[in-house]
Design a protein around this ligand. Structure first.
Ligand code: ADP
Ligand code: MG
Length: 462
């Protein structure tokens, strides 16, 4: 049930072990895909002294996890048990199964069935809940949505590749899966391949090791539609990039549609060769911006409706949309947690229960961004003094950054318009509203401003 784990999964008995909780945290932070590819392959064998004992099926998996996820895993384990001092990942004996199996994945029963008779193993990687129907559209994602829809519905290759980018948990993977489901429904004869860039790399490296690069090439180059998720993962991986680029060119030459996602724009991808970056930008680049309050509320309403029999009061939805601003994944996780709790204790959902269950999350989101920080960061970014930004001066070089700062204050904090106005040198709420609209309007045509907003958002959120 998506990256956050489903209700049934979160209340089932298995989820109540330290290892399961670490797995859940891992999924929340890195997504289901990364979990399935990496952590889900490990076996957990308990704690020996201060050392967590884990086993991995291959050396590659072990090294990869240690290098890329080691420190975070330590944090997660340490939060479970503060005696934990180190992780030990041994290689599992051949043919051994993980000591603790991965958690069961709960699927909604209304979901389309995955046809096991086809050999298309990529299908299994698609989440049945990630469709266009379940995707809620707002200003921040309408371009990405429209582009994804167009690709799924047209038989012509319209823009190649489609490059979707945006911060974590904002719906990139959801849109990709939606394209895949829609194409499978409309044109079942088409070959659709969906992979995470990590998996692409993993398979490529295995192919080299087992000297079977031919099959690898066949598999990806035979696709009518190839989707590669999270390409930032192949930054600095030269040989994988090389293969990716060849596959990429071969597909484009064959007029196959490509869809690619990353957590940043092509030009911001570091460690990826120039020629790849430029080719990535050839088609359509669409970014997904952080959500605003209305979209968050819409998403929550839609998610709550998808679970029959659980009634979530509107004030609870509004509260969540106001307080959990980091990303949709976390928002969804919060709603799931409240619903799971209510189901478990058999009581209706109330505000009090919500506050209680989500204490930690709410605190974390509160800590996130303040208007002060936004003002300071924006002033610094545009080389202005803070006093200038808060002054009454109206010259463009000052007024525009000020509008950007107001816009970001609306987006990233839960402060009201009058409150934001007060903090910007005692301005009226209509001035703030005007600023927000102005920036929303400008980013559609002004790509520099659009980039500025993305950079600033990342600076502030990270
Ligand atoms: P990303 O790949 O950008 O990190 P995901 O696609 O995994 O993000 O989205 C994280 C979660 O948020 C998913 O469960 C997804 O269904 C949900 N989500 C994100 N955006 C939307 C949206 N606009 N409407 C409905 N659900 C959304
Ligand atoms: Mg994703």
């Amino acid at each position: 049930m998506g990256a956050t784990g489903g209700i049934a999964a979160s209340v089932s008995a298995e989820s109540d072990t330290p290892w399961a909780r670490v797995c859940t945290k891992f999924k929340q932070e890195f997504g289901q895909q990364a979990y399935t590819t990496w952590l889900g392959q490990l076996g957990y064998h308990g704690l020996d002294g201060g050392t967590v004992e884990l086993t991995a099926p291959t050396k590659f998996v072990r090294d990869w996890i240690q290098r890329n996820y080691g420190p975070r895993l330590m944090d997660f384990f340490h939060a479970e048990d503060n005696r934990v001092k180190s992780l030990s990942i041994r290689l599992a004996a051949k043919g051994a199964v993980p000591a603790t199996p991965a958690q069961p994945v709960v699927r909604a029963d209304s979901a389309p069935q995955i046809d096991a008779s086809t050999k298309d193993d990529e299908k299994a990687a698609l989440d049945p809940k990630y469709t266009f129907d379940t995707f809620v559209v707002g200003k921040s994602n309408e371009l990405a949505y429209a582009a994804a829809k167009r690709i799924a519905e047209s038989d012509e290759v319209s823009f190649n590749p489609l490059f979707l980018h945006g911060g974590v948990g904002l719906g990139k993977t959801h849109l990709m899966h939606a394209i895949a489901w829609e194409v499978k429904r409309r044109a079942p004869q088409k070959k659709v391949a969906y992979v995470s860039a990590e998996k692409f790399m993993f398979e490529f490296i295995s192919a080299i090791r087992y000297k079977d690069t031919h099959a690898f090439k066949q598999k990806f180059r035979a696709a009518d539609l190839l989707m590669v998720d999270d390409v930032q993962f192949i930054a600095n991986k030269e040989s994988t990039q090389e293969e990716f680029f060849h596959t990429f060119n071969a597909l484009i030459d064959n007029r196959c549609q490509l869809v690619i996602t990353a957590d940043r724009s092509p030009t911001d991808l570091e460690g990826i060769e120039e020629r790849i970056v430029s080719r990535l930008g050839w088609g359509l680049v669409a970014d997904i911006h952080p959500t605003d309050y209305e979209l968050r509320l819409g998403i929550l309403q839609s998610k709550a409706e998808q679970v029959p029999g659980v009634d979530v009061p509107v004030e609870v939805l509004e509260f969540l949309a106001k307080r959990i601003i980091s990303n949709v994944r976390e928002l969804e996780g919060a709603l799931n947690r409240v619903m799971a709790y209510a189901t478990l204790v058999g009581r209706p959902i109330t505000m009090e229960m919500t506050r209680d269950v989500l204490q930690d999350l709410i605190r974390a989101n509160d800590r996130k961004v303040t208007i002060d920080e936004i003002q300071r960061t924006v002033a610094e970014y545009y080389n202005l003094r803070l006093s200038e930004m808060l002054s009454q001066r109206r010259s463009r070089v000052i007024a525009r950054p000020r509008q950007v700062a107001m816009f970001l204050s609306k987006q990233l904090t839960s402060r009201s318009l009058p409150e934001i106005g007060r903090r910007f040198g005692g301005r009226d709420h209509t001035t703030v509203m005007h600023a927000v609209r102005k920036i929303e309007d400008l980013v559609k045509s002004d790509s520099t401003l659009d980039e500025d907003i993305t950079r600033l958002t990342r600076l502030l959120a990270g």
